[in-house]
Design a protein around this ligand. Sequence first.
Ligand code: MF3
Ligand code: CO
Length: 258
Amino acid sequence: MIYLKTDEEIELLRENNILVSETLAEVGRHIAPGVTTKELDKIAEDFIRSHGAVPAFLGYEGYPASLCISVNEQIVHGIPSSKCVLKEGDIVSVDCGTFMKGFVGDSAYTFAVGEIAEEVRQLLDVTKEALYKGTAQAKAGNRVGDISAAVQEYAEHFGYGVVRELEGHGLGRKMHEDPGVPNYGARGRGPLLKEGMVICIEPMINMGTKAVVFERDGWTVRTKDRKPAAHFEFAVAIRKDGPDVLTDFSIIEKTLKN
Ligand code: MF3
Ligand code: CO
């Protein structure tokens, strides 16, 4: 069941997604060699609560933290840990959710820790660009498959593996609503996009094989070949005049030094 949102509901979703962007910016400011992912989780939780929201991930299907923090070969759903210490050259995907005023915000950004290898920088740039290519297809009259195909085509052009096991989703009063938004697929297929739909598009792109392993902690998903993976996610409303991105990566990016 796909829930279409009113203009007022879309503004509440925007408020949440802007808070997620601000939280990711605050986390990003603290990303440095020697910092633990547990410390970053605490920063995010305090920030979210001090802005009148609650962390949407905490307790979701038993999830034990406010952020998912996935380092290097971890793709998504890494659990923050005091044993996970960031080091120069790592990449760290931070996924954050908020809940306030009855609606959810959900977005992810992959950060570099200090200087990273040129080929890893390309993986980040291409994954983010794949998100933008998908977003350009998020308009009324298109189908979900138009988004999926645009993401897949762009990432595979660089020889990267597009993760199949996880996908984007509708966003609203619940974090995961219909429709599912895969990062692979065929143009012209899948659910029709309509004005008032709000979806999260979230390419998960591997430098090597698309194959994944689900770790025994019940959450962490990593690449089978242990090569790095990137994850960028934001929320998009389908409006009369085209895609309306409810998240604002520029809030994050103006804090980045590299
Ligand atoms: N942000 C993830 C998604 O897009 C969900 C995080 S899983 C959770 O689907 F359990 F941590 F909430
Ligand atoms: Co999501």
